[in-house]
Every structure is written in C-alpha cells, then in structure tokens.
Design a protein around this ligand. Structure first.
Ligand SMILES: Nc1nc2c(c(=O)[nH]1)N[C@H]1C(S)=C(S)[C@@H](COP(=O)(O)OP(=O)(O)OC[C@H]3O[C@@H](n4cnc5c(=O)[nH]c(N)nc54)[C@H](O)[C@@H]3O)O[C@H]1N2
Ligand SMILES: Nc1nc2c(c(=O)[nH]1)N[C@H]1C(S)=C(S)[C@@H](COP(=O)(O)OP(=O)(O)OC[C@H]3O[C@@H](n4cnc5c(=O)[nH]c(N)nc54)[C@H](O)[C@@H]3O)O[C@H]1N2
Ligand code: SF4
Ligand SMILES: [Mo]
Length: 739
C-alpha cells in the first residue's frame, strides 16, 4: 500500500502542494511539501505543518448543532444534516415570504473555500446582500484596477523586476511561500528594493530605501511621486500618449504636491521622497505588489489603489516582462470560472437595486460591477478574467448590520456566515455583536465553535481543505488540489451545504451536479480534461504574453488606461485622486488627538496565526500565547510599561488589553495591535463569549461613514489614534456588558 497521498494545504491562500503520510490505520501522521508540485515545489510554511493538529483537533465541529437554550447560552442539540438543512430551509422560506428575499444576508471572510457556490445560492434565492471583509481586503484594489485598466495586476513577475516597491506589504509574514521568496529572488538578481511602511519590517534590512511613512498618508506620497515623475520627464511618453486618457487633468491635480508639502503630510524627509520616486521611475521594469497597508487605511484607500495603478501605468510598466502583468491567456482563459458559476444574471434588477449600501457606494455594488463587466466584455473571450462579483460587487457590512439592528431600510432577519468570524474580522465589534444578537436566524458553517458561531441558531461542521478537492484557478495557472483524506465524521464542504439548501428551496435545476468534482469536470470541459485528469498532471499553466493591449486595447470604457476614471465619474465618485487627511490623526481631529496622542495600526500579519485561527492549536499558542501590542522602548518608558506587561489600549470607541512587546521597528509615536484575538480555552457563553471583547482590535476600529472611503466604503483598521497605559485592574477591560 502506498504510504502517502498527494494533497494540498488550504490554511491560507496559495494552496501549497503537500504529501500526506499515513500509518497502517489510515491516519495521517506527517505532512510534507510535495517536491513535484510545479508551483510551490516542496515548500510549505510552519502553519502548513500544523495541518494534522487541525485535522484531528478534539475541538473540531463534527456534527450539525441546533441551539436549544437562549442565544449564546451554549446549549446545543446534535442533529443530522438532513434535519438541520430542512429546518434552516423552512425558516428561510418563511422569512422570505414575510420580508422578501433581501432579508437574508451573508458575511464572508477572506477566500478560503469556493465562494461561487455562495453567490450562486444567493442569486437564486434572490438576495443581493452578501457582504464582508472584501470591502477592505484586496477588493478596493481589485475593483479600482478594473475601472482603471480593465484587470487586476498580480505579482507574478516580481523575480524578473529591476525594482520592487513593498508598499504596505509585510510579505515575510503574510506570504512566506508566495511573494516573499520572489522578493528574495529579485534581490539576488540585483533588483532595487524600496520599502514604504511605518514599521521597520524584516525586508527593510535588505532594502535600498525605507520610507517610514506616517500611516494613512500614502496617497499624498503617490501624488508627489506622480508630480515628480512628470516634472522630471521620467514617464513613458509614448505609452501615455497612445494608451491613456486624462493625463492633462492628472497633471493638474498633482501640481500642489511638491516635495516640501508631501514631506509635511507624510513626515518623510524631502530627499527620500525625491530619491524613491527617481529610483522607481528609472529602474524599469518595476513592480508594486498589492499591500493591505493601503487597502485598510479608510478614507484614502480607494484612491491609493488608483494612485498605485496610475504610477504603474505612466511609467510604462504595464504588460511588460518583469513588470505588471494581468496574464490569463491560452487554455487558462477557456476554463469556466467563478463568474460563470455565480449566475449573477439570474438576480433580477428589482432585487439588485435593494443591495444595502449601493446607494452610498454604487461603485462597489451592482452599478459599478455592471460597468466594469460591460467594459470587459468588449475584449475577446478568455483574454482577460472578468470581474468576479464576490470580489467587487458587495453589500456594505455596516449597512447590513444597521439594517439587522434597526429594520431600516428594510428588515434583515437572517444571515449565514461561512468561513468568516465576523465578531473578530469586522470593525466596530459593538455593532456586529448587536446585529448577530438581533437576527431571527443565524447560521454558521465553521471548523470550530467560534465566538460568532456561539451566537448562532444552527452550526454546521466544515470539511478541512484536505478533506475536499478544489480547483485553484488563478490568472496564471489552474491547479487541481486533490482531496487527501475522506471527510471525517459529518464534516462537509460548502458546495454540499449550499446545494443542500438550494434543493430544499426550489433551486433543483441549478444544482444538477451532485458533487463538487462534477462541477469541476464541467469547468474543465472546454479544455478537454476532467478534474482527475488535471490532477494527474497537477495542473496547467497559461502562456505569458506581453503588450496584448496593442492588439485589443484595455478593458475600460475608452479602451485605454483611464488616469481619469469615467466609471468613477459616472457614478459620482472622484475620477482623479485627491488626498484626504484621516479623521483620527494628529492633523485631523485635534480634540481627539489630545486625548489619544498615539497613531494606531492594527493587524500586521504574524506567523503562524491566520486571522482568528490556530488559537486552539497548542503548537501555535506555544509560539504566540498572548495578544501582543508593539511599541517602541522609548514610548514604553514614557508610559511606565515594560516587556510583557498587560497594557490597555483605547480609542474613543473602546478599550482592549494586550501584552507589551518592545520593538525598535516601531516609530515612537505609534502603536501596533495584533488582530483577531479570542481565547478558545475560556468560557464559551455570554457574557464572556471566549473573551472575544477583551483583546479584539476591532473593538477599537470605527466604521461610520466619515471614516470610510467615499467610493467603496472601505473602513480603517489602520491610521487611527489611540492611547496606551499600564493595566491597573485584573478584570477584563471589555465585556459585552461594557461595550
Ligand atoms: N483589526 C483588523 N481587523 C481585520 C484585519 C486587520 O488587519 N485588522 N484584516 C482584515 C482582513 S484583510 C481579512 S481578510 C479578515 C479575515 O477575516 P476572516 O476571514 O473572517 O478570518 P477569521 O476571523 O479567521 O474567520 C474565518 C473563520 O472561518 C473558518 N474557516 C476557515 N476555513 C474554512 C473553510 O474552508 N470552510 C469553513 N466553513 N470555515 C472555514 C475559521 O475556522 C474561522 O473561524 O479580517 C479583517 N479584519
Ligand atoms: N500570517 C498571516 N498571513 C496572512 C494573513 C494572516 O492573518 N496571517 N492574512 C492574509 C490576508 S487575508 C491578507 S489580506 C494579507 C495581507 O498581507 P499584507 O499585505 O502583508 O498586510 P499586513 O500585514 O496587514 O500589513 C502590511 C504592512 O502595512 C503596514 N501599514 C499599516 N498601515 C499602513 C499605512 O498607512 N501605510 C503603509 N504604507 N503601510 C501601512 C504594516 O506596518 C504592515 O507591515 O495577508 C495574508 N497572509
Ligand atoms: S503558505 Fe503555509 S498555510 Fe498557506 S497554503 Fe502554504 S503551507 Fe498552507
Ligand atoms: Mo485579507
């Protein structure tokens, strides 16, 4: 008998290839990297090595549970999948009849499972209200890049670049097997490295320039770069004149951003602003990979994404070797993708217009997505991935939470959270908690009993990634990710969950595939392969082609790169980037700044944790037992704090406690709190609810409209104000009673 099987790790995005080694009883005893995997080539990270601990963890959910006590009281009855699906479907039917299909909402986390199945179910059910973290995670960049040049750039060419700019991107911690090794490779090849980050991250050591920028001011620096690049004639004249629109207007808006002004706003030395712009613009090909530090800064986030896109374009870096490529060509473009499976066309206009938040942020709802999709359709089929709705067409989470709480503009009475822990992931924990409590029906599908799941009416046990196959389609390759073990107990994948509900709600016609493998066979049909055949050869790669725009133009309304965005303009958003001072900042609200003098950033990634996960896994907790707040030793001294002390961190919204970590990487005026902390070892019931209110960064983060970007509504997890002090009491700082 073969002692190992090929599989993959889905504990974060890259789906690294693994080998699962078995003992004679069929139990997985070891996981290692698959050296033959053509993308990850045997590399897995320290989190990936925890797969066995996760697969067999005693706290895993193994059966559906139905609440029998009060909400949050922790009394559950184990029931069968059939009974659970029957009861949920029946309740959904009743609520739909009473309030309309829009009464059901969905909250999502980062991409962990399939996503298109959720969108498919919601479109068929009739609700436009899927919302979640994408409003701040990559999607401001994604949607904006579609509006600007008709596609999303990914960092695949990094190793061949002559200059890499890490702009709000902490790759060594956030992408240890993906982007980070590519940066190391680029450095080995002699590339310049510019780091723009308020913290001295690991990559700074190897960098040519480090810009310790004041959080939230990146757009001012971008406008300064653009001005200088134009003023010093460092832009690509031919590309700009042939392939862009709005250059003269752009020139106008950047005019005020002379180095002196940019230096005042960003707290950077003038020489560094000038040197970095010159280094970037004169080292072609150059890349600026995505960094969440820009997307999560609130008011300026969307226009930061525009600024970055404009910089890439005017310097002639689009679609060149070693530069910023969209790819998707050859067979990859033929494979039926999420857009095909989502069935967005089946959601009628009468329901689309009810999407919560789309009146305030039309660009990020159906109106914007319809425009970016229409522009994409002008290109030849399969040439450029169309904008996926789950990525760029969302209800706004704050508006959904408000509707649940107030019943305005209409009652939202039911919600599903699948692969999301909203109490930890979304800002303004107080609002999210009130909303989850107010729901008439709350359904959670997860691996573990989380703080959010503890408030549910029904909890379904999810299959781990190794317990279910996946077709991993990116713009460069399509990999078959083979199931490594039979699903244990009654854990199931998300397709089975949605199909189970769909079959009970009159959607039989659209769930014709019995298993998710059958769906993948359907997706692969145009390239003449089945999932198993694809799996035998691991996957297929697209062929890289450069400067394809010379043949087809760009997928925008004008067919060119829109430095001035016509889609933004049509939807009433600023078509050219303008810098705004963050609301809570040393130069923003001076009253708040007096009481909360330090700049707060949250959520800088750290290994081995992935958001709120791994907190139950002993080996992970041994490495990071407690939530940590990083501050400079000087700041600590001023506040009477020492390494390991429990400190209270407060904003006008609330207070949390974390343990002090002294770090020279921090600016003395800054505080960095870890996000997503809860304590599986603590009391699961209300009011404690696993201590979810105690050290959770999102108790501190606001989401009212004035804090959010006006184009998309992305809220701030960074560029805020706080104060820090030594904890005086032994009581928890925040409980749901004190919120
Ligand atoms: N303060 C602050 N908040 C942040 C951020 C920040 O930087 N600062 N970052 C934000 C960003 S970018 C993101 S993407 C979000 C992340 O937010 P989420 O993606 O919601 O992350 P988690 O809180 O870990 O919740 C994911 C839940 O899904 C479960 N899960 C994992 N995989 C699967 C699966 O395959 N199937 C099912 N059914 N369940 C699964 C996990 O057990 C976990 O309970 O957090 C956001 N929140
Ligand atoms: N270990 C681990 N890896 C992860 C995740 C995880 O939870 N844990 N989450 C995954 C997810 S969903 C995402 S979205 C990615 C995100 O991964 P990254 O893009 O690397 O994002 P972060 O680590 O949140 O922040 C990046 C950097 O932004 C800086 N920063 C904060 N505010 C600002 C600012 O205003 N301006 C600038 N220029 N920089 C700023 C921070 O100091 C930090 O170094 O990570 C993924 N990888
Ligand atoms: S980077 Fe690590 S956790 Fe993420 S998929 Fe690869 S091995 Fe798994
Ligand atoms: Mo994210």
């Amino acid at each position: 008998m073969k002692k190992f099987r090929r599989s993959y790790c889905g504990l974060c995005h890259p789906r690294c290839g693994t080998l699962l080694h078995y003992d004679e009883n069929g139990k997985v005893v070891k996981v290692s990297g698959d050296p033959d995997h053509p993308v990850t080539r045997g590399v897995i990270c320290e989190r990936g090595r925890l797969m066995i601990d996760h697969l067999y963890h005693p706290q895993r959910l193994n059966y559906p549970l139905k609440r029998i006590g009060k909400k949050g009281e922790g009394c559950w009855q184990q029931i069968s999948w059939d009974q659970a699906l029957d009861e949920v479907a029946e309740k959904l039917s009743t609520l739909r009849e009473k309030y309309g299909a829009e009464t059901l909402a969905f909250t999502h986390g980062t991409k962990r499972t399939y996503h298109w199945d959720c969108r498919r179910f919601f479109n068929l059910f009739g609700s436009p209200n899927t919302c979640g973290v994408n409003t701040i995670c990559m999607c401001p960049s994604y949607a904006t890049e579609f509006a600007t040049y008709g596609g999303m750039i990914l960092g695949s060419e990094v190793p061949a670049a002559k200059c890499v700019v890490l702009w709000g991107c902490n790759a060594s911690q956030s992408s240890p097997t993906g982007l980070y090794p590519k940066i190391v490779q680029a450095r080995k090849n002699g590339a310049k490295l510019i780091v723009i980050d308020p913290r001295e991250i690991k990559e700074v050591e190897k960098s040519d320039l480090w810009l310790q920028i004041r959080p939230g001011t990146d757009l001012a620096l971008m406008l300064g770069w653009i001005r200088l690049i134009i003023a010093e004639n460092l832009y690509d004249h031919e590309f700009v004149s042939r392939w862009t629109v709005g250059f003269d207007e752009l020139k106008g808006v950047v005019e005020p951003y002379i180095p002196k002004i940019v230096a005042e706003i960003t707290s950077l030395p003038e020489e560094l602003i000038i040197a970095s712009a010159r280094m970037y613009a004169t080292s072609r090909p150059a890349v600026i990979p995505f960094g969440l530090g820009l997307d999560k800064q609130g008011v300026n986030s969307t226009q930061c994404a525009r600024g970055r896109a404009i910089i890439r374009a005017i310097t002639g870096n689009l679609e060149i070797q070693g530069g910023e490529v969209f790819s998707l060509a050859g067979d990859i473009g033929k494979i039926r993708d999420s857009e095909h499976l989502e069935l967005n066309h089946l959601l009628p206009e009468s329901q689309r217009i009810k999407q919560l938040g789309a009146d305030r942020y039309p660009f990020f709802g159906f109106p914007g997505w319809e425009k970016t999709s229409a522009a994409n359709q002008k290109l030849p089929e399969g040439y450029m991935a169309p904008p996926e709705a789950w990525h760029s067409n969302l209800a706004h989470a704050r508006e959904v939470m408000n509707a649940i709480i107030t019943g305005n503009p209409y009652p939202v009475t039911a919600a599903i959270s699948l692969a999301n822990n909203p109490l930890l992931a979304l800002p303004n924990t107080k609002r999210v908690f009130a909303a989850l409590q107010a729901l008439q029906l709350y359904v959670v599908v997860d691996y573990y009993m989380t703080p959010s799941a503890a408030l549910a009416d029904f909890v379904f046990p999810a299959a781990s990634t190794v317990e279910t196959p996946e077709l991993w389609l990116t713009s460069r390759f399509c990999m078959a990710c083979p199931q490594g073990v039979d699903a244990l107990y009654e854990r199931r994948n998300s397709y089975d969950f949605y199909r189970g509900l769909g079959l009970r709600l009159g959607q039989e016609k659209y769930w014709q595939w019995e298993t998710v493998e059958d769906v993948y066979d359907h997706c692969l049909e145009p390239v003449g392969l089945t999932f198993n055949e694809l799996s035998d050869r691991y996957g297929i790669f697209g062929e890289m082609e450069y400067r394809r725009y010379e043949r087809f133009g760009f997928g925008t309304p004008s067919g060119k790169v829109e430095l001035k965005s016509s889609i933004f303009e049509d939807l009433g958003a600023a078509p050219l980037p303008h810098y705004r001072e963050p609301v809570w900042s040393p130069r923003g609200d001076l009253v708040v700044a007096e009481e909360y003098p330090l700049i707060l950033i949250t959520g800088s990634r750290f290994m081995p944790m992935y958001h709120s996960e791994q907190r139950q896994i002993k080996k992970a907790r041994e490495k990071v037992p407690d939530p940590l707040v990083s501050i400079h030793p000087k700041t600590a001294e001023e506040h009477g704090l020492c390494e390991g002390d429990w400190a209270v961190i407060s904003t006008p919204l609330g207070s949390i406690r974390q343990r002090v970590k002294l770090s020279d990487a921090m600016h003395p005026q800054m505080v960095d709190v870890q996000h997503s902390w809860w304590f599986p070892e603590r009391d699961p019931h209300l009011p404690e609810l696993f201590g979810v209110f105690e050290s959770n960064a999102n108790v501190l983060c606001p989401d009212d409209p004035e804090f959010c970007s006006p184009e998309i509504g992305s809220w701030p997890h960074s560029a805020l104000l706080c104060r820090i002090e030594k904890e005086q009491r032994t009581q928890p700082v925040s409980s749901c009673r004190q919120l």
